[in-house]
Write a protein that binds this ligand. Structure first.
Ligand SMILES: NC(=O)c1ccc[n+]([C@@H]2O[C@H](COP(=O)([O-])OP(=O)(O)OC[C@H]3O[C@@H](n4cnc5c(N)ncnc54)[C@H](OP(=O)(O)O)[C@@H]3O)[C@@H](O)[C@H]2O)c1
Length: 296
């Protein structure tokens, strides 16, 4: 992601350690010379009380901001784990907001395209009405509402997060090459993929030049669906990889899941790009980045 802002090294607490975004923040933070203190669930269990969470943060050296990269992210399991999802996605972020307010420091919190019901046919604006259709989305919406009560909070909604390292759609498809000849993939859920590097860069851009509020951050480029995303992943694979699976389009009804997914969840990102002077990269270019990560 290209940005007009200079880098000022800072100290950040990051909730989450081994997750996709946490790892991307580690990589992006190191290149900027920031000092990041990662709190995984071993050192700060976000299902614990607010006192325990605050004590874990207070043990860190003086920090300039808090980045919440932790969440309950298992969309289907959340249907049966509503209390745990609410604890991690609403109650804990509310505690982080109160801690940050007590220190008068910025808080960056991440939310999701799944706060929308998917009935739109043009990209959702940050101001558009929310109406989640699954338990995960409801817990994430409750979290962003709790966090936004703090005036120095920035909420970044993103979608279809992946890279070449984590457990995600890209790495699942990359591993299928050489393993299977054919795949049936849902082609009636539309959105835009987002590389974790884009989101990590966006977190630092928002901290470098604080302008609190609710923004959308995804990679740019054409709106796609999962089957075409898979095809793009295969088409852009480095030469010499074995056996490219043939992708057949299916509908969501052919692949029932416990949690319903929005049919359309592309996010309008212009407000973020204008406010922070950033150009969000084309998702197809970021697939190339993910391949470079995957094969090294
Ligand atoms: N993945 C997507 O497609 C997607 C799409 C839209 C929005 N988002 C949002 O993007 C953010 C980052 O997602 P991600 O894909 O990086 O998530 P992820 O890879 O699933 O990682 C989840 C993180 O949450 C932490 N965590 C889970 N339970 C915890 C607990 N009880 N106490 C403390 N920490 C706990 C994990 O800690 P450990 O490090 O200890 O394992 C891990 O670092 C989340 O807010 C998510 O809702 C994701």
């Amino acid at each position: 992601m290209s940005s007009q802002t200079d880098h000022k090294p800072m100290k950040f607490a990051v909730l989450g350690k081994s997750g996709q975004l946490a790892q991307a923040l580690r990589r992006a933070g190191e290149t900027r010379g920031h000092q990041l203190f990662f709190l995984g669930r071993d050192s700060c269990d976000l299902t614990a009380s607010e006192t325990v969470i605050s004590q874990a943060l207070a043990r860190l050296p003086q920090i300039d901001a808090v980045i919440n990269a932790a969440a309950y992210t298992q969309v289907d399991r959340a249907e049966d784990a509503v209390d745990e999802a609410m604890q991690l996605n609403r109650t804990a972020p509310a505690s982080l907001a109160r801690f940050s307010k007590g220190r008068d420091i910025p808080l960056i919190h991440i939310s999701t395209d799944y706060v929308f019901d998917g009935t739109a046919n043009t990209p959702y604006l940050p101001t558009d009405e929310t109406s989640p259709i699954n338990a995960y989305g409801r817990s994430k919406l409750a979290g962003e509402q709790a966090v936004m009560t703090y005036a120095k909070a920035t909420v970044l909604r993103t979608s279809w997060l992946y890279d070449g390292f984590g457990r995600n759609f890209f790495t699942t498809m990359a591993r299928k090459m050489g393993e299977v000849e054919a795949l049936r993939i849902v082609a009636d859920q539309y959105g835009r993929p987002t590389h974790t590097r884009t989101l990590a860069d966006a977190c630092f851009a928002a901290l470098q030049n604080p302008n609190p509020g609710l923004y959308h951050v995804t990679d740019s480029g054409p709106i796609t669906h999962w089957a075409d995303f898979a095809r793009a992943i295969f088409e852009r694979a480095p030469k010499g990889l074995p056996l490219v699976p043939v992708v057949t389009d299916i509908s969501s009804s052919d692949y029932p899941t416990p949690a319903a997914r929005p049919k359309f969840s592309a996010l309008e990102t212009q407000a973020f790009e204008i406010t922070f002077g950033c150009d969000l990269p084309d998702w197809r270019d970021m697939v190339d980045v993910a391949w470079a990560e995957f094969v090294t």
